[in-house]
Structures are given as C-alpha cells and as structure tokens.
Design a protein around this ligand. Structure first.
Ligand SMILES: [Zn+2]
Length: 344
C-alpha cells in the first residue's frame, strides 16, 4: 500500500521561459516505491519474500527555497527490525506526470502537439483528507510478487563473466548465460519481419557477505504469437502457463524476472544514406515496450532484453531495467555456466 498526503503542481514554460500555465500533476508512485523496496532488500533491511510494509511517499523540500518547492521525493516504510527505511527519488521522476498533464495545455491551445516545453516551480501542498490516496496501493500488492532468493557469491560470478553495456554502480548486477542470448538471437533471426520474444527465468541471488542481490538469467521461454500474422508480441495467460510449466519441468527453483523481444530491421526498405541517420535502425525501447514493462514487469528487479536487427550481420543486445523509478538502459554480464550438462 502507498500513502501520499500531498498534491503536486508544476509550472510549464516554453523555450523562451514564457509561462504556459500551471499543471496539476497526478504522479503514480508505484515504480518509486518498488525501487525503494529493492534498495532495502539489497541492503538486507527487508526480506525479499515477505509482504512489504506500507510505504509513505513524501516531498523532499528544495534546500534553498524550502517548502512548498520540491527537489524530489522520499519513500519511507517500517522495517522488521523496528526501524524506518528511507530512500530518495530524484525530481526527474515527475517527468511522465508533467508530460501527461501537458495535454491540458494542448487542448487549451497554449501548446502545440509535440512542441518542446519544460517545467519549473514543482510544488507540493497537503491534500484535503478525501483526496489522499491510500487506496491506490492495490496495484502494488499485485506487482510485489514475493521474490525467492538463493545464495550466491558475487565475486564468483564476476570472475567468470564478461561485462557488456553501460554500467551504473547503483544498478543490481545482472548475469545472463551466453546460451540465453544465443537462443534469443537465433529466434529473432528466424522470426524475420515479425517480433520474437519470451520470458526470462533464473535466480535472484543474495550474497550475504556484502550484502547484495543479483540476477542470474539461466533460460528463456519463447512466447508464441497467438494470432497468425501478428507482428507485435503479446504476453497472454498461455505465455505465463508455458513459462510456469518449463520452470516446473526444469526443477531448479527458477523464477520469472523479465522478458526479451526483438525489433526487426525497420529500415530494410530504405536507401543506405537514410539508414545511416535513421534512429529506427538503432536499439530503442519504444513507448509500447515501456508500457508493457511497467504493466507486467513492475518490480524493481525486473529486466528486459532487447535484440535489435540494425541491418548489419550483427544483432545488438541491450538490457533495460528500473533505475530511480524510471526505465533505463543498463549494463549486464554474460557468462558461460560451469556445468555444461544441462540437457536443454
Ligand atoms: Zn519493442
């Protein structure tokens, strides 16, 4: 459950710092709270598998201007040892809420659709009793599926892996078995002009000596297209059922913590000089991808692997995950598991 007792507003300004109007924001705090829970689990302040305590989301006041000006958020919740855990979320967390609220400026004719604008004077005021949303938390309980962890030594994994992509220190380490990437790439090639995809399964490992939590993706379970001719990937009940069956058959106590999908070569029909400058031939996590990730993979640990056909022979592999409540590209490690007699 999430408790928020404040109402947030911002002032939209155009490129010339001209005031466009006040925006009443309706931020969704689920992702901020999920990231705070994950931080607490990593620091061993919270058990991964127990149901999480209710969280309170509050503004952090701007150090220079003070209340009601907001610098960011803080998420607080009680921990089993009787303490209170506090985690900070940056001001950038409000960007999606600002963009959504800007629709009112567009309908009022103050902003053209697609016109760039920015915002200033982010403020928070105590909300009237009836507006305080404490009930908005039902969705979070759904997303906070218990995370089963097994022991693992981070240094052992680092010793047998290769670093890929942009690493940020605060991200949880993610290890992907090399054959998972190979299979995803092969399925992406075989799918041709349609998207391929599936569920990522493996272990959430806890290294109690640090303490730290990290992911080991051991397999992928392909999601089949439910309708012939469908080019977009769909995660249906059948997808989850197939992944659960595969996990049961493998009998290794694996859990689901992400998904993968491919982007076919969108620029296949374009002339070469356009391909070089076209952003569609580079890996990108689309708005649809973000919506799916937020709706289905909303836990702080959840990741997404993207295979992009950039039009060269090499398919690029990129991993995305939650950072400060937003979806961002992140680094990962590839590894060859020591035991090779897995029988897949
Ligand atoms: Zn996509």
């Amino acid at each position: 459950m999430i408790e928020s007792r404040y109402r947030y507003t911002a002032v939209a300004i155009d490129r010339h710092s001209e005031r466009l109007g006040e925006l009443r924001l309706d931020p969704v705090f689920d992702a901020a709270v999920e990231c705070a829970y994950l931080t607490a689990v990593r620091k061993s302040k919270l058990e991964a598998r127990t149901r999480h305590e209710p969280a309170r989301v509050e503004p952090r006041w701007d150090v220079h201007r003070g209340e009601p000006y907001v610098e960011g958020l803080q998420v607080r919740f009680a921990t089993p040892d009787g303490g209170v855990f506090t985690s900070h979320v940056p001001r950038s967390y409000f960007t999606p809420a600002v963009e959504a609220a800007a629709a009112t400026l567009v309908s009022a004719g103050k902003l053209q659709p697609g016109e760039t604008f920015t915002y200033t004077d982010l403020t928070a005021f105590p909300a009237p009793e009836q507006d305080r949303h404490a009930g908005a938390g039902f969705q979070v309980e759904e997303l906070s599926q218990p995370l089963t962890t097994v022991a693992g030594r981070l240094s052992d994994f680092l010793a047998q892996s290769e670093s890929r992509g942009p690493h940020v220190d605060t991200d949880i380490p993610v290890f992907i078995h090399a054959h998972v990437l190979d299979e995803a790439i092969a399925l992406a090639r075989a799918a041709g002009r349609v998207e391929a995809g599936g569920v990522l399964i493996g272990h959430a490992r806890r290294d109690g000596s640090l303490p730290e939590l990290f992911l080991e993706a051991t397999a992928q379970i392909e999601a089949r297209h439910t309708l012939a001719g469908e080019t977009r990937l769909n995660f249906t009940q059948d997808t989850w059922a197939a992944a659960s069956r595969a996990i049961a058959l493998r009998r290794r106590g694996e859990i689901m913590f992400g998904w993968w999908h491919s982007h076919p070569h969108f620029c296949a029909g374009c002339p070469p000089e356009r391909k070089r400058v076209c952003s569609l031939s580079s890996p990108f996590f689309s708005l649809d991808d973000r919506a799916l990730h937020a709706a289905v993979f909303g836990r702080g640990v959840d990741i997404a692997l993207l295979i992009t056909d950039t039009g060269t022979n090499h398919l690029s592999t990129n991993v995305y995950g939650w950072r400060d409540g937003a979806i961002a590209e992140r680094g990962f490690y590839t590894m060859q598991p020591e035991e090779t007699s897995h029988g897949h």
